[in-house]
Write a protein that binds this ligand. Sequence first.
Ligand SMILES: Nc1ncnc2c1ncn2[C@@H]1O[C@H](COP(=O)(O)OP(=O)(O)O)[C@@H](O)[C@H]1O
Ligand SMILES: Nc1ccn([C@@H]2O[C@H](COP(=O)(O)OP(=O)(O)O)[C@@H](O)[C@H]2O)c(=O)n1
Length: 209
Amino acid sequence: MTIDGVAASGKSSVSSGVARALGIPYLSSGLLYRAATLFALEDHADLSDQGAVLAALGTHPVRLEPLAEGNRVWQNGRDLTPELHSTRVDHGVSAIAVLPGVRAWVNEQLRQVPPPFVAEGRDMGTNVFPHAGAKFYLTASPRVRARRRAQERPEDVDAIEAALIRRDDLDRVQSAPAADAVVIDTGPLDLDGVIGKVLAGVQRHRAGQ
Ligand SMILES: Nc1ncnc2c1ncn2[C@@H]1O[C@H](COP(=O)(O)OP(=O)(O)O)[C@@H](O)[C@H]1O
Ligand SMILES: Nc1ccn([C@@H]2O[C@H](COP(=O)(O)OP(=O)(O)O)[C@@H](O)[C@H]2O)c(=O)n1
């Protein structure tokens, strides 16, 4: 199944809750885009130069560890995960994500994982796993999302909201909901409420309704 949505709409928290309830892993595609960004930044690559970015990726083997309680990304023995949600990665990641070679690098890693799993990101239900059994798309207003993200970042809510709006815009091409996705506005719901809606949708799907 797939859970896509805009930035900070709750994709990874909801995927983790759903994956735990179903006893399967989840895959965070965004963490791989973030790892690609970290490598490009560390190699001082021009983020718009696909050749330079792919050269950086070629020298950094990564492994996505799809733990249900939270994905981790490893580079040999180095756990990159704590560095992937930094402000500098937030700011650079959308430039990296438009590069077709980087999208192929991420998708190849995701497609190696044997199902069942919950895949979360932007284009899981449209491009990467178009035949997924059940698809969901999470939204919420920029203000609501910025307030939530402000719990996890040092910036204030206004700065975070501006950065989220900018990233939504840069990510627009790959972020269209699948035609067969159930769209959930998470604004009025707490985390358990969203997880409950997704699980109810999965049940309906399994019952063939
Ligand atoms: N429905 C919700 N109600 C309140 N807080 C939420 C809800 N969904 C997610 N959050 C919180 O919002 C923040 C962003 O959620 P996250 O799962 O990281 O989103 P995404 O993976 O889409 O970036 C986290 O701090 C998370 O705990
Ligand atoms: N399937 C995906 C997942 C992420 N991304 C890119 O990766 C970035 C980070 O995604 P994320 O899901 O980790 O982060 P949030 O947007 O939820 O904060 C997005 O802003 C997109 O640029 C993408 O293009 N396609």
